[in-house]
Design a protein around this ligand. Structure first.
Ligand SMILES: Cc1cc2nc3c(=O)[nH]c(=O)nc-3n(C[C@H](O)[C@H](O)[C@H](O)COP(=O)(O)OP(=O)(O)OC[C@H]3O[C@@H](n4cnc5c(N)ncnc54)[C@H](O)[C@@H]3O)c2cc1C
Length: 351
């Protein structure tokens, strides 16, 4: 069997490492730096998974619920590849080295296929074979080209047009918000608080953690998590409500709230339990960790092959499935790789 993997990121490299064990002949097509987002993940420390994996940390989805039967196989996979992990006390898993590069190096070491530096614009089907640009023939095509997240200029997904799938437009997620209020005076302030996302006065989601005020907006992990709920809303007329005091009572707030922030609260006569910031938009793709959108899950079988062509599989962020911060998105990439690997392994052993 000869396979073309399009995309040398987390899911593509993991699949390559797995099928190397099956002696499947494969090429990985990747434009740019291999595993770039693995390196960027977890601030260079690679938050590769979470011990609390559950479908509630992902948007949607019926596809994910089915894939999660393979959940334990992902954790076993780390052991098989000698990726030793440690947990940070809140479920987030990192390699013991706390270096994304060590994860990338292990994946590269286990890949035996050819790596071709090429941006793929064209996949062609002739009979039961496939061609990627001028390369081929291949028996199977695996598409794992990720999303626009963290790229400054969005690139083309035109090659998907020939595949008869529905593609839901990408929107930046796990990203901060630009707000309508003028908050320049508190730019740079960080504080621990509760933050809630409201849409048309309905509470959508609440998080606690550190937020960071910027010139024109807010950021921080809890804010980024709100963005993933925001991007799934139809009506995006939404606001963030910040609660600085968490129901605690103080005689004075001087030693409780950052002085710059307290000045701002006093100047505008705000309630520290309920500071409202109206959302203008999220920040752009280049600041996002993932995207909402991608290939619609209704066009994908449970083994991640396309309903329109069972020899073409899709994996990772190119699928319209996204999770919150905390290792859930890399976990999804690994989960896809193990699912496709199992399917290819079954096909080979049934021949
Ligand atoms: C700054 C940052 C921090 C992150 N931190 C975490 C974290 O701590 N934990 C976590 O779980 N997730 C994190 N993520 C998200 C995680 O990295 C991604 O969800 C994951 O890498 C997606 O894997 P993938 O295989 O789908 O795609 P990617 O890893 O994005 O790989 C896709 C590859 O395909 C290539 N490509 C695209 N189109 C083509 C084409 N037409 N032809 C050839 N090649 C193409 C791209 O250049 C890229 O190399 C982070 C993301 C970013 C940007």
């Amino acid at each position: 069997m000869k396979v073309a993997i399009i995309g040398g990121g987390a899911s593509g490299l993991m699949l390559g490492a797995l099928i190397s064990k099956l002696n499947i002949n494969y090429d990985i097509f990747n434009s740019g730096k291999l595993g770039r987002k693995i390196l960027a993940s977890g601030n260079g420390r690679c938050n590769i998974a979470n011990t609390n994996i559950d479908k509630k940390y992902y948007h949607d989805n019926k596809l994910l619920s089915k894939l999660l039967v393979n959940k334990d196989k992902v954790f076993n996979l780390f052991k098989e590849l000698n990726i030793y992990t440690k947990e940070d006390g809140e479920g987030r898993l990192y390699p013991i080295s706390e270096s994304s590069l060590s994860v990338l190096n292990i994946l590269l070491k286990n890949n035996k296929g050819n790596i071709i530096d090429l941006f793929v614009n064209n996949i062609k089907n002739k009979g039961d074979k496939y061609y990627v640009e001028n390369y081929g023939p291949y028996d199977k095509i695996i598409i794992c080209t990720g999303s626009y997240a963290s790229f400054k200029n969005s690139f083309s997904y035109d090659y998907l047009k020939s595949l008869n799938v529905k593609f839901n437009d990408f929107k930046p997620s796990l990203v901060g918000f630009k707000v309508k209020e003028n908050i320049k005076a508190i730019s740079g302030v960080r504080c621990k608080c509760n933050v809630s996302l409201y849409s048309s006065d309905k509470l959508i989601h609440k998080e606690s953690g550190e937020i960071i005020f910027k010139d024109d907006g807010i950021s921080g992990i809890c804010v980024m998590n709100l963005s993933s709920y925001y991007q799934h809303l139809d009506n995006q007329k939404s606001k963030i409500v910040i609660d600085l005091l968490d129901n605690k009572k103080y005689n004075t707030l001087e030693s409780v709230i950052n002085p710059k922030l307290l000045d701002y609260i006093n100047k505008y006569n705000l309630d520290p339990n309920k500071i409202v910031l109206n959302i203008k938009s999220t920040y752009d793709f280049e600041f996002a960790q993932v995207c909402v959108g991608g290939i619609d899950i209704n066009y994908i079988n449970d083994n991640l092959s396309l309903k329109s062509d069972s020899n073409i599989y899709v994996m990772g962020e190119v699928i319209d499935c996204d999770g919150v911060c905390g290792g859930y998105n890399l976990f999804f990439a690994w989960l896809c790789s193990i699912t496709v690997y199992e399917d290819l392994k079954n096909e080979i052993s049934n021949k």
